[in-house]
Design a protein around this ligand. Structure first.
Ligand code: HEM
Length: 577
């Protein structure tokens, strides 16, 4: 029997090149239709690639030893085998995606139907993918096939279906770019629904009303340091983008880890966090092909640029663990996560590695960094609370009447001025929230937003059926500035959230800068608290205007879409009221 099998194998190995190429082509097409289309290939990419390499090496070895071909003959045959296999596989995938795929009828750019790489090119073009989406929308309508398995939907009704609390959509492979294994990634990157649900409880405890109350005086102290810097630099140009980031990172150092990053006191970015700041653009562009990012991240040394930051977070966790006092009420977010971990609570991060990943998310507070890095784009910031604060400074400088109205309301709530300030009184000035909402509407910290995967039964959006297992997203900035849903959609009108809410029908319009539902931002209340404190304290004491030669145009028009928005510098000048 064995001899017979060996005989057939030798015959197969010695077959002429044309029939070998034909057989390999049939094998490739069969594998594509019956294996690769059935399994989630991106979850098994590394083993599949290894299998490919081992298989080719095995065939080469067999040519040399069983069929007794010379080295040159073996190389020629291997070239024919691999070319035939690869070409047939690619052709089969292309034919399937164009003519048989369940979303083949959705309109979109031709090349995007075949591969994700054209989307990478679009995202890389000016790093303004949100604008490319807006252009595609003009050409193709509200439903655009932006990738082989991707659909962009610009309809209000899609927002609750995809992101809402009742949505059955899950996180897509975009989130597997760190690792498909929940034990190796942060809460933001875990795709396991149950793992996410459990871990989310530990996070929510760190942002409870009681926990937020303990953060409040410390945030105020950081804002006071910011004000001291404004005082020193009064009438001089200050980069609102950079200083908003210093404030935001100092707040996150304080309430995230109980550490002082000294960004405000030194006027410089802390070295431990500089690495994160320096590598966003290429990451965000490549994240359009998540499996590629995952593969690159498994290359030894790819994470080297983040080593200092990773080490810092790891050391801080170790230190906290060593000095852990179970009796003490946790004073910062990481302590809440550690508490679950130490107590082996069901909500704990599932491994020490994932706890470290979670701690990094805390520090970068919404920057949601990935595990690898390449490239530098300094002089800009992409941290969510910071970008929102910088954008608020932009609008207050651009619209002095809004600033005057805010100051008038603050004076009414706190007639004694700065000495009379309290968070409760500041919070009662709802116009602050109107300004924050309007800023987040026009300049959301995530311009495009996260992808979700449709449930097996698909999704009915108005009269359009989206099949199951399709990656969908609603572009946040585009839909929040859509004239169908917002009157004078491009204009900054904070009153649309307050006294003009009914008249402008804002209540019915799509608004989800913090996302919605199970995967929405747990840090929303902390971000709002920090923004309210910063705006009320600063506007109560200072006027803000564009510095000389600053028009605000670059800031307004040239934000980069690096998953979280990256803003250009904005020179402003503060003067005491
Ligand atoms: C204005 C400020 C902020 C904005 C606009 C914002 C926005 C968002 C959005 C849109 C998401 C969903 C991302 C996705 O769908 O992939 C998100 C998730 C998240 N945010 Fe924020 N964020 C802000 C501040 C913060 C802060 C201060 C923290 C504190 C650590 C934080 C922690 C997180 C975490 C941990 C997640 C992942 C949640 C999960 O997957 O369950 N964010 N944020």
């Amino acid at each position: 029997m064995a001899t017979l099998a060996m005989h057939y194998l030798k015959d197969a190995l010695k077959a002429d090149l044309t029939s070998t190429a034909g057989s390999v082509a049939i094998l490739a097409v069969t594998l594509h239709w019956f294996v690769f289309r059935v399994i989630a290939v991106e979850n098994h990419l590394a083993p599949l690639l290894w299998f490919y390499v081992v298989a080719i090496s095995g065939v080469g070895y067999a040519y040399l030893t069983l069929a007794n071909f010379s080295i040159l003959q073996t190389l020629i045959r291997l070239a024919v085998v691999t070319t035939s296999f690869n070409a047939s596989l690619i052709l089969s995938i292309a034919v399937y995606r164009l003519f048989f795929h369940r979303i083949r009828r959705f309109p979109g750019p031709f090349w995007s139907k075949l591969s994700r790489f054209p989307d990478v090119a679009l995202a890389a073009k000016e790093v303004r993918y949100y604008r490319e989406v807006a252009k595609m929308r003009e050409t193709y309508g509200d439903f655009i096939r932006t990738g082989p398995r991707e659909i962009c939907i610009v309809r209000k009704s899609a927002v609750p279906l995809i992101y809402g609390p009742q949505s059955q959509c899950l996180k897509t492979t975009w989130y597997a770019q760190v690792s498909p294994n929940p034990k190796k990634c942060s809460i933001h990157m875990t795709r396991d629904f149950d793992d996410h649900r459990k871990r989310r409880k530990a996070w929510d405890r760190g942002f409870s009303i009681k926990a937020l109350a303990t953060y409040e005086p410390r945030i105020k102290a950081k804002v006071d340091s910011f004000v001291s810097q404004i005082q020193v630099n009064e009438h001089k140009p200050l980069d609102a983008t950079a200083w908003s980031m210093f404030l935001s990172f100092d707040i996150m150092g304080e309430v995230g880890f109980g550490k002082d990053f000294n960004n405000l006191s030194t006027g410089k970015e802390n070295p431990a966090i500089r690495a994160i700041h320096e590598h966003m653009t290429v990451l965000s562009v490549l994240s359009h092909v998540p499996w590629l990012l995952y593969l690159i991240s498994s290359i030894p040394g790819a994470t080297a640029a983040y080593a200092d930051f990773f080490r810092w977070c790891g050391n801080e966790i170790d230190l906290k663990q060593k000095t852990w006092n179970p009796e003490e009420y946790p004073q910062d977010i990481v302590s809440w996560l550690l508490k679950s971990y130490v107590e082996k609570d069901i909500s704990a991060s599932p491994s020490l590695e994932s706890l470290h990943e979670d701690s990094r998310v805390v520090i970068i507070a919404g920057r949601y960094v990935y595990s690898i890095c390449f490239f530098s784009d300094t002089d800009s910031t992409s941290e969510t609370t910071a970008t929102t604060l910088a954008s608020i400074f932009f609008y207050l400088a651009k619209y002095p009447s809004t600033l005057k109205k805010l100051q008038h309301l603050l004076d009414q709530a706190m007639p004694g001025g700065a000495a009379d300030w309290s968070y409760e009184k500041a919070k009662s000035v709802t116009f602050i929230d109107d300004i924050i909402n309007e800023t987040l509407r026009l300049k959301p910290a995530l311009l495009t937003g996260g992808y979700r995967c449709t449930p097996a039964q698909g999704l009915q959006v108005d009269d359009v059926y989206i099949p199951g297992d399709i990656n969908v997203f609603v572009p946040v900035q585009l839909i929040q500035t859509d004239e169908r849903y917002y009157a004078n959609a491009q204009e900054f009108i904070p009153e649309r959230w307050g006294e003009r809410k009914d008249e402008m029908a804002t209540g019915d319009a799509p608004f989800f800068p913090f996302s919605l539902g199970a995967y929405s931002c747990p840090g929303k209340n902390l971000a709002l608290q920090s923004l309210r404190i910063a705006i009320s304290v600063i506007a109560q004491q200072y006027n803000v205007a564009f510095a000389e030669n600053e028009t605000g145009d670059d800031f307004d028009k040239n934000a980069l879409d690096t998953f979280t928005t990256t803003l250009p510098p904005l020179q402003v000048q503060f003067s005491r009221r």
